[in-house]
Design a binder for this molecule. Structure first.
Ligand code: UD1
Ligand code: CA
Length: 464
């Protein structure tokens, strides 16, 4: 019979070696806080009930976890006296009836949901009182070592600082992933003392104590340690990031996404790429990017909070943040799409064009050197080189709207002084400063009569 499950997530530590004011568990891998990655894995493993233990910068951690997982419960560990002490703070929040407690450390960003599922399944199938996952570390420095007897039976975990020279050679380490029955936790946690090199209450003393008291303790071989253990320093964070990016690259390559130089492409935890995309070198996917089928990202692009419609091409050196690119668009090279830029289908946005908080209608072209802000530009509009929408009044701090109707043509080097409307099918002449509305099918131009002065250059000044 399977018992209800509650997770205890340890997230109180400062992470001194990170040398950062941010609590350790809020450092990100793939753009996602490490503690949230664990919550994601717990959720995927269908372990929905969780108590997160916070301490250092408690409110920051609570806010971030609560925003993503509003049903989470929290326990505060005001002084960080060790991992066993941290779990102790969560005990009053455990359900009163017997349950299985899954303990995870919030600084382990790569733990796959399958490992947590396997932990619970084995724990139940073996009828264990306590089950833990062990792993093999090429360099076990800093980790708790798994001590076994001559027959290979588990004896105890010994923290690195407490190891004898012989025990230091052991490469089987503790991941501190536990499934433990709540009654065993309640019984043995108070027995853990802090008579050790660090003066801390080590959670890893739990399994030894339980075993000595005749409880059934099981271990699972979790394979290589890299994906299962915690991050304690910025170099370990960087190693975790690289490992995660590698997983993502392999995943997309196996799922129909072509990459010319995968090592230079960086993903966020929530990047969505449909099969049939082609990605050139040096593309950065920040948070919130969806790329539809058949899109070509030429390379050297920074993308954030945007959707790129199927069949579109983003040429090199483009910066897209908060924009929607429709189907069959061509964007860039050197385009900047800012929040609220919404491009319909078949739009062309060329080099050195910036678009902010504007809708651009189907088939419209803004090909060269323009700033379009707070504008509604209709369909099949042609924008000549060098349009500037003068949308901002610095004295009032207000932004005004520019409207360009379907089929209009904006001449080269125009300033549209908002609020202003250029009607459908209307024209504006080259060099126009448009301050008054141009009715549909009309021509708007500003007086800027050319005068010519002959013989301006004297014969003696003429270049050869
Ligand atoms: C711990 C284990 C070690 C194991 C390794 C695996 C202990 C004593 N040691 O070492 O055996 O090999 O993880 O990654 O458990 N925390 C609190 N309150 C505290 C102390 C820590 O909440 O008082 C939290 C930290 O925020 C962190 C986690 O517990 O998320 C682990 O603490 P950390 O100091 O990183 O333990 P390690 O030395 O890495
Ligand atoms: Ca750690």
């Amino acid at each position: 019979m399977s018992l209800p499950i509650t997770a205890v997530v340890l997230a109180a530590g400062k992470g001194t070696r990170m040398r950062s004011p941010l609590p350790k568990v809020l450092h990100q891998v793939g753009g996602r806080a490490m503690v949230l990655r664990l919550m994601d894995s717990l959720n995927q493993a269908e372990i929905a009930d969780a108590v997160v233990v916070t301490g250092f910068e408690s409110q920051m951690v609570v806010d971030e976890v609560q925003a993503a997982y509003p049903n989470t419960r929290f326990a505060e560990q005001t002084e960080q006296l060790g991992t066993a002490h941290a779990v102790q703070q969560a005990v009053p929040q455990l359900p009163e009836q017997e349950c299985t407690v899954v303990i995870v450390y919030g600084d382990a960003p790569l733990i796959p949901a399958q490992a947590l599922q396997q932990l619970v399944t084995e724990h139940e199938a073996q009828g264990n009182d306590l089950t833990t996952i062990t792993a093999t570390a090429e360099d076990p420095t800093g980790f708790g070592r798994i001590v076994r007897d001559a027959q290979g039976n588990f004896v105890q975990t010994v923290e690195c600082k407490e190891c004898t020279a012989e025990q230091k050679e052991i490469t089987e380490v503790s991941t501190c992933l536990y499934a433990v029955s709540s009654s065993v936790l309640r019984e043995f946690l108070p027995q853990i003392d802090n008579n050790n090199a660090k003066g801390e209450y080590y959670l890893t003393a739990l399994e030894g104590l339980a075993l000595q008291a005749g409880k059934k303790v099981g271990t699972i071989d979790g394979g290589e340690a890299d994906l299962l253990v915690g991050v304690n320093s910025l170099d370990q964070l960087a190693v975790a990031e690289v490992a995660w990016q590698e997983q993502k690259r392999a995943y997309y390559l196996a799922n129909g996404v072509k990459m010319h130089d995968p090592f230079t492409v960086y993903f966020s935890y929530d990047t969505k790429l449909e099969p049939g995309c082609v990605i050139g070198p040096n593309v950065l996917f920040h948070q919130g990017v969806t790329v539809c089928e058949g899109v070509v990202l030429e390379g050297f692009a920074s993308l954030q909070n945007c959707t790129i419609g199927s069949g579109s091409t983003v040429h090199a050196f483009s910066h897209v943040n908060g924009a929607t690119i429709g189907e069959n668009n061509a964007v860039g090279p050197f385009a900047r799409l800012r929040p609220g830029a919404e491009l319909a289908a078949d739009v062309k946005v060329g080099n050195f064009v910036e678009i902010k908080k504007s809708t651009i209608g189907q088939g419209t072209k803004v090909n060269h050197l323009s700033y379009v802000g707070d504008a509604q530009v209709g369909a099949q509009v042609n924008v000549g080189a060098g349009l500037v929408t003068a949308n901002y009044n610095r004295l009032t701090g207000e932004k005004a709207q520019t409207t360009v109707g379907d089929g209009a043509s904006i001449g080269a080097n125009n300033t549209l002084v908002a609020p202003v409307t250029v009607g459908a099918q209307a024209f504006t002449a080259a060099g126009a400063t448009v301050r008054k509305d141009v009715p549909p099918a009309a021509l708007g131009y500003s007086e800027n009569t050319q005068k010519t002065k002959l013989d301006y250059v004297k014969p003696t000044q003429k270049s050869a």
